[in-house]
Structure formats: structure tokens, C-alpha cells
Design a protein around this ligand. Structure first.
Ligand code: GAL
Length: 652
């Protein structure tokens, strides 16, 4: 390991006297300057709660120290709340602080500290002494990171989450000097500044700090902790990174390494902390390297990706993601906009391609504004060269009674698509597995006139011949997906018969209508939200139960032929989403929508779920998780954060 020079500490006083104070770069190993980060260790020798694991933070810190020591870093910085603390009980708080430091100080790289709000319970003097600081705000340089200045701020010196005027004046001076010296600056503070980077907890008075950043183009990043869910946003060229809290990672961990290249910062997250590539050029977008489940996912346009109940298509090196464009509030459960499309090369960075199919302003149209237009899926027809979209359509003002399938077509993947027609599938056709009894029930259909059925599991619906009732007019079709097989035959899979039974229906060669062959599967199981893939010649399906917007347990199934027989395999999910406490019985709070085969990787499939927010539809979240095939079927295990390297042969 290379021999390190001691970093240069620039105190408030020396900074004012000496300007930049940076020393010349020393000869060093062939690697970029890099530092480690850990936030909200929040250790306490006490039991934890649902997601907080105070005691376990110490062993996570031990592992973190071991890993960071193996990485030859230039320094490591602790971003505050090293302990949870015990209010006014300084003795107990200091004892925990000593425990944390006994581990943290095993780091071989130079160490820096940021003071957090919880740390205060140890008492300022104790804290300064033990952290080896003269002030909670200071600047430092590192010989390896030539041309960079690091500024540490104290978010508590004028109260909880408030920076004093005195400190602000020092900060502005420090920034001015960095600017003059042509240096780039990274600021560290316990508190995030932006809601976009920290949904729940931030600095109480961020405005003067933001104003200081605005007048200092040398600032590249503001790195904080405090909001344990972490986050990221970019404002006026500054990357605002909020690290996930180590205390919230039972069974996992959360910390990061940041590498400084000439034109970018590269964050490598460990455990729950995501990885990102952060360009320094003001107008270049950050690249997300990880899936961050349950978060809002921004597109290149900055706004959150608005593609719910979505499906994907891969064409010419690009993935296209189509989904329901929701608006705010309960009104967002109906279609005010239509289908939104995005494109991506890597599945984590998405370009906003705008509206793929717009609802119509003509109230007479099937897809009139405020109809219900759900679960759009697009497939490409190689024979016609057309992109074909199918979706679940409910006519405006008719609740969920119409139960139709809509079809639209386009010449390019992003459209705009032209709406063609809607229908109830398979009118006048019996399924291939219809029984004589089901066919004979045609005679009884008149007796069903005027009967209504609830769309959820009930004992009543199965007593009636819904299949025969809808024989003439076409079968009901609600939650749906599409699937194109290796022979280019396409199938429409949908919840039918008052949601009691799934139908799998072959599409015509041009994919624009049904071919007149279908099968009933999982009768009276009330399966919704079908998603399907093919692996090693077998067909694999995920569905949900039927409880409206509320989550329920997912179901896995397998078949050797798409026509069945389909065998149910039980619930494939494992683990808990700490953001809502939902485990496998609630599918992490989500509902399936699609299974995506990852291009260029063998046996790599991603299961896509929606966390619905019916009270504020636009706030629905996405959960994408790797599907792991086992001897018995497949499993889907919760991960806060993950990336495609899980599919690398070495990671399997
Ligand atoms: C869900 C379905 C959604 C939507 C919702 C309406 O079960 O999967 O797509 O139709 O019901 O309540």
C-alpha cells in the first residue's frame, strides 16, 4: 500500500491567512483520488425498532472499516450522528461514542468528522476532544486531490439544523478563496439542503446556505446524511448527495466510496447505498448506476418518471418503457394524459420520450380524457414493421364496467401511437379448455340479466356462468400483459370473468386483434396483474391477488406450454421493504406489472412492480427486482438498491 502524507487541515484561522494552503501533489499510486463516506451510524447499546438497528451498527461499521481499509483511500469522513445518544445523559452518550470511535479509528486513512444533531448529546467539548477537532466547521485539503478543497459545516451551531451568521460568513470567505485559487469544492454537512435530495429531513434554514452556493460556482457537491433514506438531486450544477443511514440497514449496510476524476465524481455504494456517476460539467446529467426501489425515479428531464403499470420493449439497442401517465390526487387514477414513453440503454437512466398515446379531447372517443387506461404494453410486429400497443380500457364514466381492451399502432417505438379500436376479446369463441357444462350454460344466460358481481374474490361469482354470459359479446378484459414467443406468436393475457379467471388469448398475425384461440387459467383464483417470461423453454408467470389498489401476496406459476396446464408455485417474494414495512404477504407494497428479460445476459430477468398511491396517483413508486431461478421455481428478494452486476456469472 502506498505511503500517505498527512492531509492538510485548514482551520478557520489558517484558511483566512494562507488562502488555499494546498501542498503540491505527491508521487502516488496509479489511481484516482478517492475517499470513503459513512453517515448516521447512530450506534447505541440498546435494542432497535422495526428498521433501526442501533446495536448492530457497530458490527456494520467494523465490516465497513475492513472494506475501506482494503481500498487505499485518501481519507474517510463520518457524516454525523455517529451515536444515537441519550438526551441529557452525557455519560452514556460518551460511552457509545467511544465504542464507535474504537472501531472507526481502525481506519488506516486520515479521518474526518461532521457533527450531527444526535452527537450533541455527548456534549460539545467531549465531542470536539474525542473527534480531534478544534471547531465543528473547518476546511481541509488532501495532497492526492490536487485542486480540490473540502469544507465541513456544522449544521447545529445556531440551533437544530441552523447555521450561525458567523459560520456563514466564514463559509462565504472559504468559498471565495477556493474560487480565486481555481479549486473545486465538496461540502460536507450532516444536513441535506433540498427536499429533492432528502424527502423527510433537512436543514431547518437552508436558504442562506443555498445563496452562498449560488454565488460560488466552484462548489461541485453537497454531501450529507441525516435523512436515513438518502437521496440525490442536482441544483444549479451542484450534486446534492444524501447518504443512506447505516443504522437503517439491518441485514445489509450503507456507506460509499467516492472517486474524483477530472470530469466526474463516481460514487460506489455498498449495501443499500446506490452507485452514481456525477459529471462535473454543469449541464451533463448524473448517471444512475443502481435501481433504487421505492424512490421516485427522475428522467433526464428532471421530472419523476411517470409510467405506471408499465411494460418494456427492446429495439435496436434501446429499452422503451411505456406506462400510465398519472396526475396528482385521486383524479390521477383516471387517464388525463395517456401513455408516457421513456427510453434507456442501461435501464437506470431514462430519456423522456413524451406522450406515446394521448387521450382524446373528443368526449365521444373510446379513449376520451378521464377514461381509465391501464397497463399499456407494446410489442413489435416483424411482419408489418408496426409497433402495437394494447391496454386495459374502461370507458369514461362507467367505472370498471366496460372491461375492454384497447389497441393502438405506430411506425416508431415512441409513436405517437394512433388509436385503432377497443373490444371485448373472443366474442363467439369458446376457450380451448371449455367444458360441455360451460357451453351448455349458454341456455341459462337470460336468467343472469340484471345480476351484478363484485370484482373481487367472492363465493357468488363462481356459481354463475360468466363465460357463457359473455360468449356473444366478448369476454371481459382488465389487468393485462402481452407476450411474444420465440415463434413470434403473440399472446394477450388478461383478468377476465369479473376478474375471477385469467385468459390467455392468441393474437392475430398482425397483433391487432384476437386470433380466436384462448385458454382459461387459474379459474376462480382472482389473479390480477399478470407478468410473464420464458426461460429454458418453460413459461413463468407472476400474478397478484385481487384487492384493488391495496397490495396482497404475489403468486408464481409455471407451464411447459403457454396453453397450460399451469402449475401454481406459491409466493416467490422474500424480504421486507423498510420504507413501508411490507413483506412478502404484501409484495413489498407493490403489484406486478411486467417481467423484463435483460438483453445480453443469460438468464437475467427483472420483475417490475408498482407501489400504487391511489390518493395521490402521481406518487406511485416503482420496484424492480431480479428474478432468481431455483430448482423449485423462482424467488424475488427485496433489495433497497441493486445493479445489473448481480447477473454477472461471478455474482450468481
Ligand atoms: C388493481 C389493478 C390496477 C387497477 C386497480 C383499480 O387491482 O391491478 O391496474 O385496475 O385495481 O382498483
Amino acid at each position: 500500500m502506498q505511503k500517505r502524507r498527512l492531509p492538510l487541515l485548514i482551520t478557520a484561522a489558517t484558511l483566512l491567512l494562507t488562502g488555499s494552503g494546498l501542498s503540491p501533489q505527491t508521487a502516488r499510486a496509479e489511481r484516482l483520488p478517492a475517499f470513503g463516506l459513512v453517515a448516521d451510524i447512530q450506534y447505541a447499546d440498546k435494542p432497535g425498532g422495526v428498521s433501526r438497528d442501533y446495536r448492530g451498527s457497530l458490527s456494520r461499521l467494523e465490516q465497513c472499516v475492513t472494506n475501506l481499509n482494503a481500498q487505499d483511500l485518501d481519507f474517510v469522513i463520518q457524516l454525523g450522528d455517529a451515536i444515537d445518544g441519550y438526551g441529557t445523559n452525557r455519560v452514556a452518550s460518551v460511552r457509545d461514542l467511544d465504542s464507535v470511535l474504537s472501531v472507526f479509528n481502525r481506519l488506516s486513512a486520515p479521518k474526518y468528522h461532521v457533527a450531527g444533531n444526535h452527537c450533541q448529546s455527548a456534549g460539545k467539548e467531549n465531542l470536539l476532544g474525542r473527534l480531534g477537532l478544534k471547531s465543528f466547521y473547518y476546511a481541509f485539503a488532501d495532497p492526492a486531490a490536487k485542486g480540490w478543497r473540502f469544507i465541513v459545516l456544522d449544521g447545529n451551531d445556531a440551533g437544530y439544523g441552523i447555521i450561525s451568521e458567523e459560520q456563514l460568513a466564514w463559509f462565504r470567505t472559504a468559498l471565495g478563496q477556493a474560487q480565486q485559487a481555481g479549486e473545486k469544492v465538496i461540502c460536507f454537512c450532516h444536513f441535506p439542503l433540498l427536499k429533492a435530495a432528502a424527502e423527510s429531513n433537512r436543514m431547518a434554514k437552508p436558504e442562506p446556505v443555498l445563496a452562498a452556493l449560488d454565488s460560488a460556482p466552484c462548489v461541485v457537491a453537497w454531501i450529507a446524511g441525516h435523512d436515513h433514506n438518502g437521496g440525490y438531486a442536482r441544483r444549479k450544477g451542484v450534486h446534492h448527495i444524501t447518504l443512506r443511514g447505516m443504522v437503517e440497514a439491518p441485514g445489509s449496510t450503507a456507506y460509499a466510496r467516492i472517486e474524483i476524476a477530472g470530469d466526474r465524481l463516481r460514487e460506489t455504494g455498498f449495501g443499500n447505498e446506490p452507485s452514481r456517476e456525477l459529471p462535473l460539467a454543469t449541464n451533463a446529467p448524473a448517471r444512475r448506476l443502481s435501481f433504487e426501489n421505492g424512490r421516485t425515479w427522475p428522467s433526464d428531464a428532471g421530472a419523476r418518471i411517470n409510467a405506471h403499470g408499465g411494460g418494456l420493449l427492446f429495439r435496436d439497442g434501446l429499452y422503451y418503457w411505456y406506462g400510465e401517465h398519472k396526475i396528482e390526487g385521486k383524479a390521477g387514477n383516471a387517464a388525463h394524459v395517456g401513455v408516457h414513453a421513456y427510453s434507456s440503454r442501461d435501464l437506470t437512466n431514462w430519456k423522456d420520450e413524451g406522450s406515446a398515446l394521448a387521450v382524446s379531447d373528443d368526449p365521444a372517443s373510446d379513449i376520451a380524457k378521464e377514461c381509465v387506461l391501464e397497463r399499456p404494453k407494446v410489442i413489435y410486429n416483424a411482419k408489418t414493421g408496426k409497433y402495437v400497443m394494447w391496454f386495459h380500457l374502461e370507458l369514461k364514466g362507467q367505472g370498471y364496467g366496460a372491461a375492454r381492451s384497447g389497441v393502438a399502432v405506430a411506425d416508431t417505438p415512441t409513436g405517437p401511437f394512433t388509436y385503432l379500436h377497443s373490444e371485448r376479446p373472443d366474442a363467439g369463441v369458446w376457450p380451448v379448455n371449455a367444458t360441455d357444462e360451460q357451453k351448455a350454460a349458454l341456455q341459462k344466460v337470460d336468467r343472469m340479466k340484471g345480476l351484478t358481481f363484485s370484482g373481487g374474490p367472492n363465493a357468488d361469482t363462481p356459481k354463475h356462468a360468466i363465460l357463457a354470459r359473455d360468449f356473444a359479446g366478448g369476454q371481459m378484459a382488465r389487468d393485462m400483459t402481452l407476450f411474444v414467443d420465440d415463434d413470434q406468436k403473440a399472446y394477450h393475457i388478461f383478468a377476465s370473468e369479473e376478474n375471477s379467471t385469467l385468459h390467455i388469448s392468441l393474437l392475430s398475425d398482425d397483433y391487432l386483434s384476437h386470433a380466436g384461440k384462448y385458454v382459461r387459467v387459474f379459474p376462480n383464483r382472482w389473479s390480477e396483474a399478470p407478468a410473464i417470461c420464458k426461460r429454458q423453454g418453460r413459461y413463468w408467470m407472476i400474478t397478484s391477488g385481487c384487492t384493488g389498489w391495496a397490495p396482497n401476496a404475489a403468486r408464481a406459476a409455471v407451464a411447459d406450454s403457454i396453453w397450460g396446464p399451469w402449475q401454481e408455485l406459491g409466493n416467490p417474494c422474500a424480504g421486507v421493504n423498510p420504507m413501508n414495512g411490507c413483506g412478502p404477504d404484501k409484495t413489498f407494497g407493490g403489484q406486478s406489472t411486467y417481467i423484463l428479460p435483460v438483453q445480453g445476459r443469460r438468464d437475467a430477468f427483472i420483475a417490475l412492480f408498482d407501489i400504487w398511491k391511489p390518493d395521490n396517483a402521481i406518487d406511485g413508486r416503482y420496484v424492480w427486482l431480479p428474478l432468481r431461478f431455483t430448482d423449485a421455481g423462482f424467488t424475488i428478494t427485496w433489495a433497497n438498491t441493486w445493479d445489473l452486476s448481480v447477473f454477472d456469472p461471478a455474482a450468481r
